[in-house]
Design a protein around this ligand. Structure first.
Ligand SMILES: [Zn+2]
Length: 433
């Protein structure tokens, strides 16, 4: 198998093990531990040393890994790659069981972020996330992870015979049309506690001990490589686990330099980042400050470190669609497998400017990787991402980039095998400076 195909398969396997933000972050955590990184708890006192490898987490769904540079931090600064752990989908509501026609049980859910709703229909779905269990300390419940590895639910479409206009486009109601069917009602079942009982059985714990949960739906079918020459990746959550995974691999492969390298994976980008584990919180600023102070430096040295730093805000980008190419800018037309995309926005929804864009172009050139540029059509609004939000908390020079893909926010997205290898190469080069 070629190296790029092998790397694409690594990404697919990683995403398959990461059906919730909690699982994604825990998988990153396990790879870091295996790679010799030491875990630090935000609540403890830290000892950190030059050349040391560390990581810390926030609320189970954000993680920050860093290798302390051998140089003086106020002169060398931080080299940051940022990505996000979350993806749009459905969160299970409390008391979710709904009885239908005296025969079926479906689950009540709430939409998270902006999924393409229709893509979630008629697919085998299951549940994954975090379960909180009462402990002896009222302020610190125990957290358990649940991931049920079998098809449990489907959100069925309405037959075309009952809606002849279905192919003209259907408005899907989030509360009515998108609820997944879980079960037939049986005499033995406790209808109002189906979900809790299922989770308790899976975790082999007492159902009464489960107090609360953060559990989401996921598509059960694993991603794959497709195309005549196996050039594409089809997988859930490429946005943004593809960037998180590439950043992780590059950090793990790095031999360390004078500069302090960091991978920051935030949660909640899909809902605006303003949560305690999101890029809109002070978590990153606090962390950078703590590292500088722990190295025996003062406030001025912290600020010098910040102004000697550079951040790559890595979030996926749009490739020109093979069927609907008119939605793209006339002169900037990224395609899949032609390299990472630099995102540019005149009104600064992206952090890229001439300066930071030039830095990223130079990184690509030196890493011998092609690159492309993305600008919205001037009559389209487009999306936003991490870079900007993070800059509001800590003003580091930043560029917004990402790999080109189709169907962003579909339950299953399409990316490129080559692009995955390219971005790993660029991140590795960045972490070698
Ligand atoms: Zn994203």
């Amino acid at each position: 198998m070629s190296l790029e195909k092998q790397q694409a398969q690594e990404l697919i396997d990683f995403i398959d093990r990461s059906p919730s933000t909690y699982h994604a972050v825990n998988n990153v955590r396990e790879e870091l531990i295996e790679g010799g990184f030491q875990e630090l708890d935000l609540r403890d006192e830290w000892t950190i040393n030059k050349g040391g490898k560390y990581f810390t987490g926030k609320n189970g769904s954000a993680i920050f890994a860093f290798t302390i540079g051998e140089g003086e931090i106020e002169e060398e600064g931080f080299q940051l790659v940022c990505a996000h752990s979350d993806a749009p989908g459905f969160k299970i509501k409390p008391n979710p069981e709904i009885e239908v026609e005296g025969n079926y049980i479906k689950l009540n859910t709430e939409v998270y972020g902006a999924p393409i709703l229709s893509t979630w229909m008629d697919r085998p779905l299951s549940i994954a996330g975090r379960v909180c269990v009462q402990s002896n300390d009222p302020l610190n419940p125990e957290h358990l992870y649940v991931k049920i590895d079998r098809p449990l639910m489907v959100i069925p479409n309405l037959a075309i015979h009952l809606n002849r206009e279905v192919n003209e486009g259907v408005a899907l109601n989030k509360q009515k049309d998108m609820l997944p069917l879980l079960s037939m009602i049986t005499d033995e079942m406790e209808k109002e506690n189906c979900l809790i009982n299922l989770i308790a059985e899976e975790l082999k714990i007492n159902a009464q001990s489960i107090v609360d949960f953060d559990v989401t739906l996921f598509e059960v079918e694993k991603g794959n490589i497709f195309g005549l020459n196996e050039e594409f990746i089809s997988s859930p959550k490429l946005d943004d686990l593809a960037m998180a995974h590439a950043g992780l691999k590059a950090l793990l492969d790095s031999k360390g330099t004078k500069k302090t390298q960091m991978l920051a994976i935030f949660d909640n980008e899909e809902v605006g980042s303003v949560t305690k584990q999101g890029a809109g919180s002070p978590v990153l600023r606090h962390l950078l400050q703590r590292i500088v102070y722990k190295l025996g430096k003062n406030m001025e040295e912290f600020q010098r470190a910040i102004y000697n730093s550079f951040m790559i805000s890595a979030d996926m980008a749009h490739a020109v669609h093979p069927n609907i190419s008119e939605k793209h800018d006339p002169t900037n037309r990224p395609v899949i497998n032609k390299g990472p995309v630099i995102k540019i926005h005149a009104n600064n929804k992206y952090t890229t400017d001439g300066d930071s864009g030039t830095v990223f172009e130079t990184l690509c050139k030196n890493a011998e990787v092609p690159y492309q540029k993305f600008v919205n059509r001037s009559d389209l609004v487009g999306g936003s991402t991490l870079g900007n939000v993070s800059t509001g908390q800590v003003d580091i020079r930043t560029v917004d980039i990402g790999n080109p893909m189709f169907a962003m926010h579909s339950v299953r997205e399409t990316g490129g095998v080559k692009d995955n290898a390219y971005i790993r190469q660029v991140f590795s080069y960045f972490f070698s400076l």
